[in-house]
Design a protein around this ligand. Structure first.
Ligand code: PEP
Ligand code: MN
Length: 672
């Protein structure tokens, strides 16, 4: 047979160009429709600009469509989130008639994160002109002099905390906060074209960016680190120097602007790093009341006991949620403090207006700095949707709970259909096909977790497991790599398109772990750690709740109730074997628990055959039995070199073993 001729590269590129043109054209068509929708909505105040239910449905639809077309569902839904966000902003801008070319001031060199935030915020307006100022104060001056229409200033960063200098400026007279923008900070190493990491002898950036990349920098032997005024300025210096031994840490926008190339992406210690910016104007703006709003205030109190509590009490009484409370020394009076408060709701809302009035009555001074719309899509996970009260659904009656009186519980089946827990496109529960989750017991290092992610994906796994905080019987045993391991695992998961599940051991760590993990595992040893359960109940991150090794099914379901009662309904139960008189296996896999739990609760139930068996050769049979009993999935341990694993080696499958297991239980990928 003749070999098929390779297609011509330039033909392929022409085809790609044509596809790109169609994509852009489709975006333009969509934008025209959005304009029509905005016009219809403008005539009817009852129609919301942002409709979370519709967005949710749309994202789910897009994801399913993408997957059917062989495109990664997570990728497609992330892209669509951006598109939706743009269209909400576009409608809001239309509503305000804000179509003139705005002059927007920011602090820093072109290409810095503030510039990116400003560009992103004003993208729907089109035609905005951006001007970099040397300092935050200079950006505000431009506004006050009338040389700029808006200033965009960073106020807080999820890693570094509040940006003090900006808070002090916000109290200047005649300033109004009219918007906010949240930007994901993704530090990259930039250098001249063709430079390799090994060539780099000097790295420059803003001191805060350098601090945020300390782990990466520590790994570069003998490299000199220079503090510069800002990230984009450091990039500009590298470009101007023509020096092939120099590199800068900055965002990708800076690379594009200064003609540098990204030689390494994601060099920050933490992957989830966001900065929140405020948009400031000299006049307040009228916003569409149908958008969700935030209101920012600055308050001072006298020196009497409980003064601050009384101020906050006014918001509590109105049931308003505060999203921020920051204290700063007063710039004018020594040892006096100003409190910056953000709350959910706009001043157009009677409840907000009244509670602000009541708070003012309790404060020495109170000023509203602004009331402005927020855009829910694309904000970091920890900051999304306000915490809902416990689910409104009436609890069913029967007894998941303790031995005493049978109480109404949320976990109970109560005639409800199966709950499907969706994690980045992976659906667990109901009639969805069983899922395979796999990975090492512990994350041990970059190579190990990347190799594991690859093997899991190849075997047909849909989620990566791995412990970073390990609950070990002996304090001398390997305790896990902590947040460093989590960052590696996050990266490995993303690289191979797998969401990640990892154990959280301490209530204190829940929020931080939830920023990086897609699913929070509560281990068998912590199933009745009620403080931990309450804390994960406050998040909206999915939870994998393992059954305690001496817990009855009722106690296990009662533990899940803690999470549901907090308002987090995304719970997956996991049977992993219990203690019995039998010692031949590590634990006794109680498959009747799968059958019973599936009858008693609507939550999905999966099985961990690894921790039950304790020996890898027994894992496949138990896995098959689990699925036969009706489990919604499996979570198994696999390691590139099980005999050298730092924990649970004997029960960990080899990668070949994992692929064979997936094949045997019918979860291996269908060959193309
Ligand atoms: C684990 O998943 O590695 C683990 C510690 O599991 P369990 O809590 O079920 O023992
Ligand atoms: Mn383990």
């Amino acid at each position: 047979m003749l070999p098929t001729p390779m297609p011509d590269l330039s033909d392929l590129r022409d085809d790609l160009d044509a596809v790109d043109r169609r994509l852009v054209q489709a975006l333009a068509d969509r934008q025209r429709l959005v304009t029509d929708v905005a016009a219809v909505k403008a005539g009817d105040d009852a129609l919301p600009i942002q409709d979370p239910d519709r967005e949710h449905d749309l994202l789910a639809r897009v994801q399913a469509l993408a997957e059917d077309a062989g495109v990664d569902g997570y990728f497609a839904s992330t892209l669509f989130r951006q598109i939706l966000r743009h269209s909400v902003q576009f409608q809001a801008v239309r509503q305000r008639g804000e179509a003139e070319a705005l002059r927007v001031a920011y602090q820093g060199d072109p290409g810095c994160y503030s510039h990116s935030a400003a560009r992103r915020h004003f993208a729907p307006v089109g035609g905005a002109a951006f001007q970099g100022a040397r300092t935050f104060g200079a950006a505000i001056d431009a506004l006050q002099r009338g040389d700029a229409d808006r200033a965009v200033l960073p106020v807080e960063n999820t890693t570094a905390g509040p940006i003090a200098g900006v808070y002090d400026l916000l109290t200047e007279p005649g300033l109004h906060i009219v918007g906010e923008e949240v930007v994901k900070v993704e530090h990259c190493l930039l250098a001249l074209d063709g430079v390799r990491l090994a060539d780099v002898a000097r790295v420059g950036s803003h001191p805060q960016a350098l601090a945020q990349c300390s782990l990466f920098l520590a790994g570069l032997d003998g490299v000199r680190v220079d503090a510069e005024d800002d990230t984009a300025g450091a990039a500009r210096l590298v470009a101007a120097s023509g020096d092939r031994t120099r590199a800068a840490i900055a965002g990708e926008d800076a690379a594009a602007l200064y003609g540098l190339q990204v030689i390494k992406r994601h060099v920050a210690n933490r992957k989830e790093n966001y900065t929140r910016f405020l948009v400031v104007a000299a006049e307040p703006l009228a916003h569409d009341a149908r958008l969700p709003h935030k209101t920012s205030l600055v308050v001072s109190t006298d020196h009497s006991g409980g003064a601050l509590v009384r101020v906050l009490g006014a918001f509590d009484a109105a049931g308003l949620n505060l999203t921020k409370l920051e204290s700063r020394p007063s710039p004018t009076a020594p040892f006096e403090f100003l409190f910056y408060i953000d709350l959910e709701g706009g001043m157009h809302d009677e409840r907000v207006r009244q509670s602000v009035g009541a708070a003012a009555g309790q404060a020495a001074s109170l000023r509203v700095l602004g009331s402005y719309p927020i855009f829910r899509a694309e904000t970091p996970r920890a900051a999304v949707a306000p915490r809902a009260a416990a689910p409104a659904r009436p609890p069913a009656t029967t007894g998941a709970a303790s031995a005493g009186a049978r109480r109404a519980t949320l976990v109970d089946r109560g005639g409800r259909p199966d709950t499907v827990v969706e994690v980045a496109g992976v659906r667990i529960g109901g009639d969805h096909p069983p899922v395979l989750i796999a990975g090492p017991c512990s994350v041990e290092g970059r190579e190990q977790i990347f190799a594991s992610a690859k093997a899991v994906r190849q075997a047909g796994g849909v989620m990566l497991r791995g412990g970073c905080f390990k609950p070990r019987t002996l304090p001398y045993d390997f305790q896990g790599l902590g947040f460093e391991g989590l960052a590696l695992m996050h990266e490995a998961g993303r690289a191979h398109g797998l969401p990640i599940v990892t154990e959280v051991l301490h209530p204190r760590d829940v929020e931080a772990v939830a920023r990086e993990a897609d699913v929070l595992q509560i281990g068998a040893r912590n199933m009745q750690n009620f403080e931990l359960l309450k804390e994960v109940g406050k998040t909206r991150t999915a939870v994998l709740l393992k059954r305690g090794m001496s817990a009855s099914i009722a106690e296990w379901l009662a533990a899940a109730e803690y999470v549901l009662a907090g308002g987090n309904e995304r719970v997956v139960l996991c049977e992993r074997g219990i203690r019995t008189f039998e010692t031949a296996t590590r634990n006794t896999l109680d498959l009747s628990a799968v059958v019973v739990a599936r009858e008693r609760t609507h939550l999905p139930v999966i099985v961990d055959p690894s921790h039950a068996a304790g020996l890898r050769r027994w894992v496949p049979a138990l896995a098959k039995a689990a699925l036969a009993a009706g489990a919604h999935g499996l979570i198994v341990e696999a390691h590139p070199d099980p005999d050298r694993a730092l924990s649970d080696g004997p029960q960990s499958l080899t990668f070949d073993g994992l692929a064979a297991l997936a094949e045997e239980v019918g979860l291996a990928p269908v060959p193309a």
